[in-house]
Design a protein around this ligand. Structure first.
Ligand code: F6R
Length: 364
């Protein structure tokens, strides 16, 4: 049932404050402001390396998780595309942790890497949305996302719930490894608790985003840029746009701009810059200046401080509330999803069932 929405994707985008709240409630003791994970058959202090494997949007959630594990838990992380890990030669030292991220829990390549990791003595944790799925059944520990059924082929609410679960695991790991204090944990939990409220504020930008989508829909190519945790979101934004609107899009780490993609920039290219006012903001602003100097039409997604300090001519600025850097990916995902959604609606594509795609990819 789509309720009052035209597409499942729109409904699922709008469900995010609620389902992210549900997912949080599963991992957070709100009164104590602590993370509570299910019992683990290993100690985070014994883990030397984490491998995260997934496909598509779930892979981008994993890429975001890497930043959190490294910062909060000081754990080295390798994020692998499941189809690559599967046939690659990555050495997996026994006793380490492997995390598999999947909405459906049935993705063939992700399942194959899970079995490969298990055979190589990894502790297997899965972050899945379907608790009865094969990936869930074959894992040592299941960390469910409580997104509810996701019908639209383009993943939206499952992605933000995956981010929440990965952040919770990283915080718990940081605590267990003595890298975070009790106070750090409280501060991080409080930031997570505010995410649904910020998401509601993000959804209120929809009329503005719908207008910008008209410009996107006229474009042949679109570039997404971000640094830090906004980099995987740039990749996700580009994937979302291409899969449902069929407009060519690419995501880049903003610092990579001058190593190639800058050659593409001219007056016809919208450049979506995802840049909360965080510790890499200034660096992203200088990349924006390079884009602006070549006539690229910038759509900046930022916060009030970022909007004030970005001294660059942009086509539009989408202003989200201020929030701690630890939670920007969850919230900034929403404008990115809405932009793709509205561009696709304008293009007249089959938003919920884009051509050539299946919701669950059970063949390799
Ligand atoms: C993109 C999308 C796909 C899936 C990928 C993995 O919107 O939906 O890229 O993310 O096929 O699927 P799951 O998460 O079911 O393993």
């Amino acid at each position: 049932d789509k309720g009052n929405f035209r597409h499942f994707m729109a409904k699922e985008i709008h469900e995010q404050p609620e389902v992210v709240g549900h997912t949080l409630a599963h991992y957070v003791d709100f009164a104590a402001e602590r993370i509570v994970l299910p019992d683990l058959p290993f100690d985070f202090r014994d883990i030397e390396r984490v491998t995260i494997a997934a496909c598509g949007t779930a892979y981008y959630a994993g890429l975001t998780g890497k930043y959190w594990f490294e910062r909060l838990a000081r754990l080295p992380v390798a994020v692998e595309i499941a189809s690559e890990l599967r046939y690659g030669d990555a050495p997996l030292a026994p006793g380490n942790l492997a995390v598999f991220v999947s909405q459906s829990g049935e993705t063939a390549d992700t399942l194959a890497t899970l079995r490969h990791a298990k055979a190589n003595g990894q502790h297997v944790v899965s972050v899945v949305n379907v608790p009865t799925s094969t990936i869930a059944r074959e894992s040592d520990v299941v960390m469910p996302t409580l997104a509810g059924p996701e019908i639209g082929v383009a993943s939206t609410k499952a992605f933000t719930c995956q981010l929440v679960v990965l952040a919770c695991i990283a915080i718990a790991a940081g605590r267990a490894r003595g890298n975070l204090s009790e106070d750090d944990e409280r501060r991080l939990v409080r930031a997570l608790t505010e995410v649904p409220r910020h998401m509601t504020a993000a959804l209120a930008l929809e009329p503005e985003i719908e207008k910008l989508a008209r410009d996107i829909a006229k474009s042949r190519d679109v570039l997404y840029l971000g640094r830090g945790t906004s980099f995987p979101l740039a990749l996700e934004g580009a994937l979302k746009l291409k899969e449902i609107s069929y407009i060519h899009a690419e995501g880049y780490a903003a610092g990579e701009l001058k190593h190639g993609p800058i050659a593409l920039i001219d007056e016809t290219i919208p450049v979506i810059v995802i840049a909360p006012h965080d510790r890499v903001f200034e660096k992203t602003v200088s990349n924006m200046q390079e884009v602006a100097a070549r006539g690229g039409r910038i759509i900046l997604v930022t916060d009030p401080q970022g909007a004030k300090e970005a001294t660059v001519e942009s086509l539009a600025t989408l202003v989200l509330p201020h929030m701690p850097a630890s939670v920007t990916p969850m919230v900034y995902a929403l404008p990115v999803q809405m932009l793709a959604y509205h561009a696709a609606v304008i293009m007249g594509t089959d938003v919920d069932q884009p051509r050539n795609l299946a919701k669950s990819v059970t063949v390799e």
